[in-house]
Design a binder for this molecule. Structure first.
Ligand code: SF4
Ligand code: SF4
Length: 363
């Protein structure tokens, strides 16, 4: 006999996060019919809507289809009961990061505004401790030289170790996510194909799934600007780490990597501008923007802005240069180290889900 385990608290949280009256869904199926990304067999989001209405957390967390949705909002626009399935799926994705986070408090800390002071205090305290132990926690005299404040070797070593630590914790969550997907959406009779890594990479890089979403064309441009801007910044940072090792740092303004970094910042500012505009002025399509949406946009904005100011402060020898630099390091921690536990974690969860979906032939 099929055992149904409703989780009323989970249902309540989904309702709150999505701003949807889940009980209003009458299972008409319009949402699945209009979704251009839903597979023909067992399409979404109608079935997810009934599971959400029943509070079936176990069927939703670890559901591969949740990640095939690119939140275009077409289903919400055509829902006769104004239930907003697009926002419900976004809320389930948000609950997924928190559910797989270990230790659990990391997921909780980054999903609730009340915990924001703690999330900020952790990097502040750790950075002050590292700098105090190194004996450099003071404003150096003379022209701005960030390595006099945070020696390059110490910065590269400590940040790499902390990032690896957080990502190792996150990898356990990804493994459990894979197992749950396998349990809930088992491979069909033809079994699993070899992991289609190249195919999924092409899908991600081309943002081809965004093209299928009718009402959200500018969303694709904004997402591409952010995605490629962010990727370029990471590549430039890796180059900068090598430059510190070979003593070719700081880079002059005319250095091609420096120019690429500045171009990437411009791409991020533009992408963020479009996204914030859409969330503020096109709520009909983009639905309800929650804490996790704003936390991501604001933290990426502050990271990029503080990076630009840190660079200007070095060239201009500003008195506040080291304060800006400290702020920038906290922002780096917030976006990069916390990545798997915030909305930015969709990079890893969506990639994993796409790999699983394509390897079982779910298109
Ligand atoms: S969410 Fe709306 S469109 Fe989808 S099945 Fe329910 S009532 Fe119909
Ligand atoms: S938001 Fe778009 S992609 Fe997601 S379920 Fe609705 S129609 Fe499909």
């Amino acid at each position: 006999m099929l055992e149904v385990k409703p989780d009323i608290e989970f249902k309540r949280e989904l309702s709150k996060l999505s701003g949807s009256q889940l009980n209003q869904c009458m299972q008409c199926g319009n949402c699945s019919a209009v979704c251009s990304l839903a597979p023909a067999e067992r399409p979404f989001p109608r079935k997810e809507m009934i599971w959400a209405g029943w509070g079936l957390k176990e069927k939703l967390i670890g559901n591969v289809d949740i990640w095939l949705c690119h939140q275009c909002g077409d289903c919400s626009s055509s829902c006769p009961r104004d239930v907003k399935p697009a926002d419900v799926l976004a809320a389930i994705r948000q609950k997924t990061y928190a559910s797989y986070a270990r230790p659990r408090f990391l997921g909780k800390m980054l999903s609730k505004p009340a915990w924001l002071p703690v999330a900020i205090a952790i990097p502040v305290v750790v950075l002050i401790t590292i700098l105090s132990l190194a004996g450099t926690f003071r404003i150096p005299e003379g022209p701005v030289d960030y390595s006099a404040f945070f020696p390059h070797g110490l910065l590269n070593g400590s940040f790499s170790a902390i990032t690896l630590f957080f990502y190792l914790l996150a990898s356990f969550g990804i493994v459990r996510f894979w197992k749950d997907m396998k349990q809930q959406t088992p491979p069909g009779e033809s079994g699993m194909q070899r992991l289609p890594i190249g195919k999924v990479l092409r899908e991600i890089l081309s943002h081809s799934n965004f093209s299928g979403c009718g009402s959200r064309k500018p969303g694709k441009l904004a997402h591409m600007l952010l995605f490629f801007g962010f990727t370029i910044l990471i590549l430039v940072t890796i180059y900068a780490i090598f430059a510190t090792i070979t003593h070719n740092y700081p880079l002059p303004f005319s250095n091609p990597f420096k120019l690429m970094g500045n171009l990437a910042s411009l791409m991020i500012y533009t992408g963020l501008g479009i996204m914030i505009g859409q969330r503020l002025f096109n709520r009909e399509v983009f639905g309800k923007s929650g804490y996790s949406d704003w936390l991501l946009l604001v933290s990426i904005g502050l990271l990029t802005l503080s990076g630009t100011l840190v660079e200007a402060a070095r060239f201009g020898n500003w008195a506040c240069a080291y304060h800006l630099y400290f702020f920038h390091l906290v922002a780096v921690w917030f976006v990069i180290m916390y990545l798997p536990f915030t909305k930015l974690g969709h990079i890893s969860y969506r990639t994993t889900a796409l790999l699983y979906a394509r390897s079982i032939g779910r298109k």
